[in-house]
Write a protein that binds this ligand. Structure first.
Ligand code: MRU
Length: 331
């Protein structure tokens, strides 16, 4: 890859600002935890695993910014609730809180060192999980397959090669010829802006389609399987992912096309029984009524804009993880 999604250097978190892609490749240097929260909320950094890693480094920055232990814990909680749906965010911050609570007697400088060590571990583990997911998932991909994906579950969404796209990269590295169809992914166009951008950089054959073209592609026999990522997979293997994923899963079922979900185990939430128990983030209506500063709907119109939806596990053929492949519906 000739870009990186995020790194921590010289007391700052450096992020590729994904809101400016594909037009501009701008890296932001963040030294205030509030700017990291803003970056997470505005999707400058996005995708469940990448948010988890950014939040872990965000805790290091929060510790640098705080004057005392209580203040630091307050900052950590602010980071934890920046976005509610991707479990990796709370998962990463909770690990930092545990470290802080068991080292209360230490100075903030010492706690910061422990935070940094943990954040670097979370970062490294994420890279490694992406690599393993890719290898495990590549088994399911045959030479010549056409694969539909939704949103961006690639390197831009993780600290490594991605989740869904890691499978595609691994299969391509094995010499398999693969064609990818990327759903544009309204309203924020993660598919059009990000998935196509990163796949083209890696010379993967990618074709962009608007979300409402997926049905027709399947009807014409042009899709062999679907692979997506997830923001959270609940105990019963329901999949919470970018809005529109559920529709793709229903279409795949109707056309008898395998529907695969690739996740690191950090995205599995065994404490939440089912998809209906997950808080779904609602986004600013302006993301639907405006594009690039231009209004595309009448002033005052009502808008429904959840960021994610729930795909019931019955529609999931297999879940590809870093430790192997899980078949949620096999008895
Ligand atoms: O709102 P976003 O762009 O953060 O949503 C991202 C997704 O829905 C991804 O598919 C998911 O996080 C998996 S990324 C490996």
């Amino acid at each position: 890859m000739n870009f990186y999604t995020l790194k921590f250097e010289d007391e700052k978190l450096i992020l590729l600002d994904q809101t400016q892609l594909p037009g501009k490749e701008v890296y932001l240097d963040l030294t205030d935890y509030r700017d990291i929260i803003e970056a997470i909320k505005m999707l400058r950094v996005r995708g469940a695993p990448a948010i988890g890693v950014a939040a872990a480094y965000g805790c290091v920055v929060a510790c640098q910014n705080a004057d005392d232990f209580e203040e630091m814990m307050k900052y950590l909680e602010e980071i934890r609730i920046a976005r509610p749906t991707a479990v990796n965010l709370a998962w990463a911050v909770d690990q930092m809180k545990d470290i802080a609570n068991s080292n209360k007697e230490k100075s903030l400088d010492q706690i910061r060192e422990l935070f940094l060590e943990k954040a670097q571990q979370i970062h490294k583990d994420d890279e490694e999980m992406c690599r393993k997911m890719g290898e495990n998932g590549a088994e399911l991909i045959k030479d010549g397959m056409s694969i539909l994906t939704h949103c961006n579950a690639g390197a831009l969404a993780t600290a490594g090669m991605g989740t869904a796209l890691a499978v595609i990269y691994a299969a391509a590295r094995q010499g398999k010829k693969i064609k990818v169809y990327a759903d544009e992914t309204r309203p924020l166009l993660q598919g059009a802006r990000l998935t196509t951008w990163e796949l083209m950089q890696e010379n993967i054959d990618v074709t962009l389609n608007t979300d409402n073209m997926a049905a027709s592609l399947m009807q014409k026999g042009m899709i062999d399987c679907v692979i997506v990522g997830a923001d959270r997979v609940t105990k019963n293997f329901d999949v919470v992912n970018k809005i529109g994923t559920y529709g793709v899963a229903v279409l795949a079922k109707h056309h008898n096309i395998p529907f695969y979900v690739a996740i690191p185990w950090s995205t599995y939430d065994e404490n939440t029984p089912a998809g209906e128990d997950v808080e779904i983030e609602m986004r600013d209506p302006e993301e639907v009524t405006n594009w690039s500063g231009v209004r595309t709907a009448p002033e005052g119109v009502n808008v429904y804009s959840p960021a994610f939806d729930v795909t019931p596990h019955e529609l999931v053929t297999a879940i590809i993880t870093d430790t192997g492949i899980v078949y949620p519906n096999k008895k």
